[in-house]
Design a protein around this ligand. Structure first.
Ligand SMILES: [Mg+2]
Ligand SMILES: [Zn+2]
Length: 187
């Protein structure tokens, strides 16, 4: 397999508004954050394969159904496509919070799933997330990490010293993250 330019992006709080303290249970609760469609388009136009990696424990914990999640995913992808962008794949952990699976971030299972399907250089591939569990997962897998201050990011950014989990970069939002990814990746 030839190596690809890949970028991993968390969903809630990075692509769409996170309903802090609640799950996105149906499409009506999903809304793109400002600048996100443009940022994804920029990545697509720069030749990146975009992979979304997201914990959706509400499925395993019985809060919403797999059908509702599939509906959200297909409508999200349709809007992204309409805007001229392409998503390589969307990988979810559907297990409950206490299921002890190996794919719920900060575990790295979703990245292993991705690596089985597409070839990339870990050390210059980025993972963009809004939680320290994203940063932890990315680091443990050997990726570069960017914490965005949208979603949970603002409060997570205050816990860097306490947790010892340090992202490579902290930026305001996905748009700013894309500037770093475009400048640094695949060098
Ligand atoms: Mg998130
Ligand atoms: Zn899982």
């Amino acid at each position: 397999m030839a190596k690809k330019k890949v970028v991993f992006i968390d969903r809630d709080g990075v692509i769409n508004h996170d309903l802090i303290g609640d799950y996105i249970k149906h499409w009506g609760e999903f809304s793109f954050m400002p600048g996100v469609l443009e940022a994804l388009k920029e990545l697509t136009d720069s030749g990146f394969e975009i992979i979304i990696v997201s914990n959706q424990a509400g499925i395993g914990d019985g809060v919403y159904t797999k059908e509702a999640l599939d509906d959200i995913t297909s409508k999200m992808l349709a809007e992204i496509k309409l805007y001229g962008s392409r998503i390589h794949s969307v990988l979810y952990c559907l297990h409950g919070k206490s299921a002890g699976c190996d794919c719920r971030k900060p575990k790295t299972g979703l990245f292993h799933q991705a690596a089985a399907k597409i070839n990339f250089n870990k050390s210059n591939t980025f993972f963009i997330g809004d939680k320290l569990s994203d940063i932890q997962a990315g680091r443990d897998f050997g990726l570069k990490t960017i914490l965005v201050l949208t979603g949970y990011g603002e409060r997570e950014n205050k816990r860097l010293e306490e947790t010892g989990v340090h992202p490579d970069y902290v930026v305001k939002n996905l748009g700013e993250a894309v500037v770093i990814v475009k400048g640094q990746a695949n060098k």
